[in-house]
Every structure is written in structure tokens, then in C-alpha cells.
Design a protein around this ligand. Structure first.
Ligand code: PMV
Length: 331
């Protein structure tokens, strides 16, 4: 057993959203989802299991983590310890090169990197589905960052969640898309995605309709990706995003993630598309707008966005799945 390991993972953005759980404790999704793993943003996590250490310690971007955030990571480390049959405590050191907990999917890369580094440190030889199941216990979307490129999350039917994991749909070089991440606000988001989706599930009259709409969108998105069909993907991805947000907005009290700039950008992207640009937006549990377009259109799309938006833009593209720092990338 090597006791320590470092892994690198990239966050992913869902084109068909995950919003709602069939089992809260095991983080089992109520429906499937489909995402793109993005290079351009990365999380690097080192885990060391240290004999004699009294309790788990977590350092995020150079600062000690406390309270509910630490508890969540300790619970995840407990899963790892149970799998490996050890009670050793760990020190976790994790760095994001992008804003954390701001609606930029840091939990997806965070728990994917922690799963891979923790499993390697404890000598657990997990298959890709097993690693994805493990990452899912930390955060539902993390299950998808195990793979690179275009990835589908299978909701599964088993009560223990053993069939609820991600599978690759297409490798990262299948389609040369670009994603412009438009940061419309600073700071951390006001409500976490788990709390927000559970509140939606328990109080939104639109929640059932949302969940029932997902399988059809998944089938269309899968096919659109295989055919590199931007037109269809644009329609499906925007629809999925707006339906997810509509279900949350209809909760009691309603949850609104958007600010004024978010809405202005939605209108701008839709106008661009009606002017003939193959471009679409998606938005997660925060106010930032993520814009997808082909690589060849990126500079024209950026220029147009700059006429209405002066904030920070991060440029990302389909990227690889999680990998250990001293080992080759997983495909
Ligand atoms: O994995 P979580 O619990 O952070 O939930 C992710 C929820 C969304 O980002 C809004 C949608 C998704 O599919 O990633």
C-alpha cells in the first residue's frame, strides 16, 4: 500500500442536467444526465493516510476546511476506509485553479480527484464503473468526471447504487467544441446544489414533470453528440437547463440562481443563434453562463459577447477523465 497519491480531475458541465435524487443518502440520481468533462479548469488533490494521525485534515487552496464542508469530506473518507478495511486518518490537500463552490462544478472535479487519489493511496484496484460509483457518493456529478469527453450518467435501478455510474459517450477529441464560462458574479453561491435539489423534489409541483422529461432529452443529446449535430444539441441543452431551473423556481419558496446579467446573456446567446451562429448556453446551480460553440466560431462569438459583457471569461474545451499524477491519463 502506497498510503499517499495525487490525482488530477477536471470539472464537467451537464448538457442534460441532473437535478434530483432517488436516494439522498447514496446520492442516487432520479434520472440520467449527460455532460462534457472540461480541460481549462482543474483540481489537483493529494491524499495521505498517516498512521497515528488523530483525525482527518483537509486543506483547500491553502486553507484548513471546517464545519459541514469538512464533515462531508470525512464521510467520503469513511467510505474509502470501509472499502479498504482501515481506520487510518488522512490529510487531504486540494487545489482548484478556478473559483470554488461558485456554480463552476468544483464538487465534480473535487470528489473525482479525491476518489481516485484516495483509492490509489489505499491500494484499492477499482474498475472505472467502481471508481465512478465511489465518486458519486461524494457528489452526483463527480461520477461523470471519472471519464473524459462526453459522458452519460446511468441512474441505475439497484437500491445499493452499484449500477448508478457514468459511461463514456464520445472521447474528448470527437468534437472540437469550446466552452466560454462567463463569470457573472463573485463569491460563493448562496445555496448548495444538494440542498436546492432536495428542496425542489419535496416542494416543486413541476419536479415530477422535470424528471419524466429527462430520458427523451438524453436520447436526443446522445444522438446529437454522435453526429456532431450542433443544432439539435443546442435545442436539447437549453431546454434541459431551462426546465431544471423552472422546476427549482417553482419550489416553495422558489429558488432563483440567476442575476440580471445571467438573463441578459441568455437573450444575447439566443439572438446570436437566431442570427445563424451555432451556439447555445447552459447554467448550473449558480449565476454564471456557460456558452458552447465550435472552435472555429469562438472568436466571433467572444467578440459578440464582449459587446454586452465585460466580466471574466474562462475558455474550456472537452478534456480528459481523472488520472493519477504519476500515471497516464484515463480515457
Ligand atoms: O453533483 P452536485 O450535487 O453538485 O449537483 C450538480 C447539479 C448541477 O450542476 C446543477 C447539474 C449537473 O448535472 O451537473
Amino acid at each position: 500500500m502506497r498510503m499517499r497519491a495525487t490525482a488530477i480531475a477536471h470539472p464537467n458541465l451537464a448538457l442534460v442536467k441532473y437535478w434530483g435524487k432517488r436516494d439522498i443518502r447514496l446520492n442516487l440520481p432520479a434520472a440520467g444526465s449527460l455532460s462534457v468533462t472540461l480541460s481549462g479548469l482543474r483540481t489537483q488533490t493529494s491524499v495521505a493516510f498517516i498512521p497515528g494521525q488523530a483525525r482527518d485534515a483537509v486543506i483547500l487552496n491553502g486553507r484548513a476546511v471546517w464545519g459541514p464542508k469538512l464533515d462531508r469530506i470525512v464521510r467520503f473518507l469513511d467510505h474509502l476506509r470501509r472499502l479498504a478495511g482501515t481506520d487510518l486518518r488522512a490529510t487531504v490537500n486540494t487545489e482548484n485553479d478556478f473559483p470554488t463552490a461558485a456554480g463552476l462544478a468544483s464538487s465534480s472535479s473535487g470528489f473525482a480527484a479525491l476518489a481516485a487519489a484516495g483509492a490509489a493511496a489505499l491500494g484499492l484496484e477499482l474498475t472505472a464503473p467502481e471508481l465512478s460509483v465511489l465518486a458519486r457518493l461524494g457528489s452526483g456529478s463527480a461520477a461523470r468526471s471519472i471519464h473524459g469527453g462526453f459522458v452519460e450518467m446511468l441512474p441505475g435501478v439497484m437500491p445499493d447504487g452499484s449500477d448508478s455510474h457514468a459511461v463514456p459517450v464520445a472521447y474528448e477529441n470527437h468534437w472540437d467544441l469550446r466552452c466560454l464560462i462567463l463569470l457573472t458574479a463573485k463569491g460563493e453561491k448562496s445555496i448548495g446544489s444538494t440542498e436546492a435539489m432536495n428542496h425542489t423534489a419535496s416542494s416543486s409541483p413541476y419536479y415530477r414533470a422535470w424528471v419524466e422529461s429527462v430520458p427523451h432529452d438524453l436520447a436526443l443529446a446522445r444522438e446529437a453528440i454522435r453526429n456532431r449535430d450542433m443544432k439539435t444539441l443546442a435545442v436539447v441543452a437549453e431546454r434541459s437547463c431551462l426546465r431544471m431551473h423552472a422546476s427549482a423556481a417553482a419550489a416553495d419558496p422558489g429558488i432563483l440562481f440567476w442575476n440580471g446579467t445571467t438573463i441578459e446573456l441568455i437573450h444575447h446567446i439566443r439572438k446570436l443563434r437566431s442570427d445563424g451562429f451555432p451556439v447555445f448556453f447552459t447554467i448550473d446551480a449558480g449565476p454564471h453562463v456557460k456558452v458552447f460553440c465550435s472552435a472555429s466560431e469562438m472568436s466571433a462569438v467572444t467578440q459578440s459577447i464582449r459587446s454586452v459583457f465585460s466580466g471574466d471569461i474562462i475558455v474550456a474545451r472537452p478534456g480528459p477523465g481523472v488520472y493519477l499524477k504519476d500515471e497516464p491519463e484515463r480515457r
